[in-house]
Design a protein around this ligand. Structure first.
Ligand SMILES: Cc1ncc(C[n+]2csc(CCOP(=O)(O)OP(=O)(O)O)c2C)c(N)n1
Length: 261
């Protein structure tokens, strides 16, 4: 299955980039979905533009190498055009929470049956390390020589407030756990959002190596617990605890059911 899902394209991520590990997790999860009866040609992926987006070239499924910030509407277009497709979007933190922010909020409201995977390295890495909305305050880069003035956004809290029906967080370096969560996210009926915490080996390295703060949880539909879990890490420092796993999971009508009515 791994061979069937691989392509012959040369991988151009930096040696040691955690995107390699995420690629493995995605292939494992897709392998399970295909063994469960989904045809390989009925899986479509969409990417933005960025280091994360190169994953498009390395997985042998249908899809659309999209525009920066427009992963979600492109996924939605595929899903509306052919509801039989299993649609998974791969986006960056800059991609999703800067350019593409409005789409993220509405995706929660629409609850279309599709998955968004956000590779959060707290940096616009492909364009050499400018701060994104999840970058910590004080981060110095070419674009913020006096330090990033703004406090980071908490996307998990935003997802909860936007009504996202499946919210999870993973550590890119934990391939088996990430594969398991991705599979659950893809199987979820409705919009699933998986935040991947990943190190960038070149930019914003101060935020790397948070593994020791991480612990595994599996919350179902308890909003109070989800809100507490969402507040345990503020993206601004390497303090506190970082829950990984399913942070919130609820069943509610998805977009095609609402449209049918
Ligand atoms: C509309 C638009 N704005 C800006 C860019 C330039 N751009 C291309 S990649 C990129 C950075 C991507 O950062 P992120 O989404 O965080 O992904 P990463 O490279 O970190 O994986 C930017 C700003 C673009 N291609 N299109």
């Amino acid at each position: 299955m791994k061979t069937k899902l691989s392509t012959k394209n040369t991988i151009t991520w930096c040696p040691g980039c955690s995107n390699f590990m995420l690629l493995e997790s995605v292939k494992k999860a897709f392998g399970k979905i295909i063994s469960g009866g989904t045809k390989q040609e009925n899986i479509a992926i969409v990417t933005g533009i960025g280091c994360h987006a190169k994953i498009f070239d390395y997985i042998n499924v249908c899809g659309f190498y999209g525009l920066h910030g427009r992963v979600i509407p492109t996924c939605l277009g595929i899903k509306l055009g052919n509801p039989n497709m299993t649609v998974v979007g791969f986006a960056g933190d800059g991609d999703t929470y800067a350019e593409g922010m409005a789409h993220f909020i509405h995706a929660g409201r629409y609850n279309a049956n599709m998955t968004l995977v956000v590779h959060d390295n707290q940096s616009f890495s492909l364009t050499t390390g400018q701060p994104t909305p999840t970058t910590q305050q004080g981060y110095i880069s070419k674009a913020s020589p006096l330090g990033e003035p703004n406090y980071p956004l908490n996307p998990i809290k935003l997802a909860l407030a936007s009504g996202v029906s499946f919210i999870a967080r993973c550590n890119a370096q934990d391939i088996a756990h990430t594969a398991q969560i991705l599979e659950a996210a893809i199987r979820h009926k409705g919009f699933s959002f998986v935040e991947i915490i990943q190190d960038c080996l070149i930019f914003n390295k101060n935020m790397n190596a948070k593994d020791k703060l991480m612990y595994k949880i599996n919350n179902k539909n308890d909003m109070k617990i989800a809100e507490k879990l969402a507040g345990e890490w503020d993206y601004n420092s390497k303090k506190g605890k970082i829950p990984i796993g399913v942070l919130y999971h609820v069943e509610k009508p998805c977009l095609d059911e609402k449209l049918k009515k």
